[in-house]
Design a binder for this molecule. Structure first.
Ligand SMILES: Cc1ncc(C[n+]2csc(CCOP(=O)(O)OP(=O)(O)O)c2C)c(N)n1
Ligand SMILES: [Mg+2]
Length: 593
């Protein structure tokens, strides 16, 4: 050790100490000349650095990791192209309210504005941090080493509190290497690491219970806020006591197990008739942890998913901006879902000890499920090859244990999964809801597996989505992560191909050459997997899928299953406003192929 190290430590070393004290176990990222001081400090730490081949993989993996652990994940990025590569995953996390702290290296402070290597300086000097402003909760450029302790602490607090989300701590590389006193972080050492969350008062709770008790057709409508607050148990207790049927947004999927007798299903574009009709007929909508966004509300057109006004809205959310944004709200409450539901459960039991039972409603839900399954059975058992998407989903559900973690991408794997794939453990589906990012699922599975190594992790992904980030296989193989990537290969950006066909009668720029059965020039995903050192299998008959999945689970090896699939759109009873943009005055259905 040299003399300077005896009296101080570099900022990079302090940062790593701080992360250790916060019990961070993994940092996701990619190197560059601006962040190797941090990597050198990480090399001496029990924290594992998960190195990737593209920064988007780091941010998607970190996003999924935070979804599973429930705490802020950490990304370490290089400057400029590293940070912009990383941006899509950070924005994806932001739109789904996922806590994340991105630490990025930047040009040295003494070269601000001189155009040092890779500086972003077109509108302001050393301005790369501003690129993140529209999607992070806050971006800091750290211009003085002695501010690092309090900025890092604020960064974690902000990422995890209120409506969670990513933050950026942008650090000029000379600051990482500055030596500061050993006690520089002492003043924050004894601060609490977690903040208490806001709840609801008894008076408002009574008002809500009374409104729901008097309602004829109340419906609970829940979103990802339930899962972020880890409030599934409190939700279950409340809806069972009040006899409320439960509709959910895409992000709210799995808030209650899908086979719970009160679950209606996912609303919106890809909702079923039961859920959309139940919401339309509701006199009260009891909404928790949701933002009523377009896809979940059939573009807010009356008559498809919600009929508001008409139905009255009670809305509980941690973020005031979400309340009343799209629909008039009768009672709005800013509160954490878990804290609020705890109070509501206590007050409901005080006011109505016997609770409410709606056997006719439960029967209606059960009948619909039986009927839906019966209507789907032909497709769900079809031996057609390329396979029917319904059969792929049915066989996958059969092969997986109840607590398997499923990452989706966008396409059939998200819309069809939201509609007809039962999630049986809260928080076990990770989906890119707000940003709908093609390419999220495969690297997301890496983060999920690192966070929950003992659980089966599968990425359901389209061929388009898999093509976005195949180099994530390098990381999975290096870390020997037994993940399964099931490529639902319809040889197309199928979801968009379906829309284009419906409105323009063609598929130009939306399908790939060749066919799903015999891709003339298409990539061989199984070959790609094997080239990276993973297992890779291309299926040649529908009956091969279930055994292939079982074998992949049993092997515990990283495995890509390339599954040829018919390019049929996900059926829907909802509505999407783009119909009126592309085909005004025509009765075009997005179900058409
Ligand atoms: C990064 C990104 N680019 C483009 C889109 C628009 N988009 C939505 S679905 C889709 C097609 C996805 O294709 P694939 O992964 O093969 O799934 P499929 O629709 O065929 O089931 C595209 C391009 C997007 N959501 N994200
Ligand atoms: Mg596809």
């Amino acid at each position: 050790m040299d003399g300077a190290k005896l009296e101080g430590k570099t900022v990079a070393e302090h940062i790593v100490d701080f992360l250790e004290r916060r019990e961070v176990k993994h940092v996701f990222g990619l190197c560059g000349h601006t962040n190797i001081a941090v990597l050198a400090a990480l090399a001496e730490s029990p924290i594992d650095f998960v190195t990737v081949r593209h920064e988007q993989i780091a941010s998607h993996a970190a996003d999924a990791y935070a979804r599973v652990t429930g705490t802020a994940s950490v990304v370490l990025s290089h400057l400029s192209p590293g940070l912009t590569n990383c941006a899509t995953g950070v924005a994806n996390a932001a739109l789904d309210c996922i806590p994340m702290v991105v630490i990025a290296g930047d040009i040295p402070t003494h070269y601000y504005g001189k155009h040092p290597h890779q500086e972003v300086n077109l509108h302001a000097d050393a301005a790369q941090w501003e690129i993140y402003r529209p999607f992070v909760k806050r971006a800091w450029r750290v211009d003085r080493a002695d501010l690092m302790a309090e900025i890092l602490e604020k960064a974690f607090h902000l990422a995890e509190s209120g409506q969670p989300g990513p933050v950026l701590v942008n650090v000029p590389m000379d600051i990482f290497s500055e030596v500061i006193p050993l006690d520089s972080f002492d003043r924050i050492r004894d601060n609490t690491r977690a903040l208490k969350k806001p709840s609801i008062d008894d008076e408002t709770a009574r008002e809500i219970i009374e409104a729901l008790a008097q309602a004829d057709n109340p419906v609970a409508y829940v979103g990802g806020g339930i899962l972020l607050a880890q409030a599934s148990e409190e939700l279950r207790e409340f809806v069972e006591h009040m006899g409320l049927p439960v509709a959910h947004s895409l992000m709210g999927k799995g808030a209650l197990r899908d086979d719970h007798p009160l679950v209606l299903g996912m609303t919106g574009f890809w909702g079923t008739e039961l859920v959309n009709q139940s919401c339309l007929n509701a006199d009260y909508i009891f909404a928790v942890g949701t933002r009523f966004k377009e896809a979940d509300c059939s573009s807010w057109y009356p008559g498809y998913t919600f009929n508001i006004p008409g139905s009255k809205v009670i809305h509980i959310d941690i973020e005031p901006q979400e309340i009343g944004r799209n629909y008039p709200t009768e009672i709005g409450v800013v509160a954490d879902a878990k804290a609020a539901l705890r109070v509501l459960n206590r007050v409901a039991r005080e006011m109505y000890p016997d609770g409410f039972k709606r056997p006719a409603l439960e029967q209606k839900i059960a009948d619909f499920r039986t009927d839906f399954k019966a209507r789907n059975v032909e497709m769900a058992t079809s031996s057609a090859f390329p396979m029917m998407p319904e059969r792929i989903l049915a066989d996958t559900r059969k092969a997986l244990p109840e607590d398997a973690i499923i990452t989706t991408d966008v396409g059939w794997n998200k819309n069809g999964v939201g509609q007809q794939f039962d999630i049986l453990t809260p928080g076990s589906i990770l989906t890119p809801g707000g940003f709908a990012t093609m390419g999220f699922g495969p690297p997301g599975a890496i983060g999920a597996k690192l966070a929950a190594p003992d659980r089966v992790v599968i990425s359901l992904v389209g061929d388009g989505g898999f093509g976005q980030n195949p180099s994530m296989l390098a990381t999975a193989v290096e870390l020997d992560l037994g993940i399964i990537w099931l490529v639902m290969n319809n040889n197309a950006f199928g979801t968009i191909a379906g829309l284009q066909k419906a409105h323009y009668g063609l598929t130009y720029g939306t399908t790939f050459p060749g066919s799903a059965a015999a891709p003339a020039n298409g990539p061989g995903y199984a070959d790609i997997a094997r080239a990276y050192g993973a297992e890779g299998h291309r299926l040649s008959a529908a009956d091969e899928l279930l055994p292939a999945l079982e074998a992949a689970i049993a092997s515990g090896k990283p495995t890509v299953l390339d599954v040829p699939m018919i390019n049929n759109p996900t059926p829907t009873t909802g509505h999407w406003n783009i119909l009126d943009i592309y085909s005004p005055d025509k009765d075009v259905s997005h179900v058409a192929t």
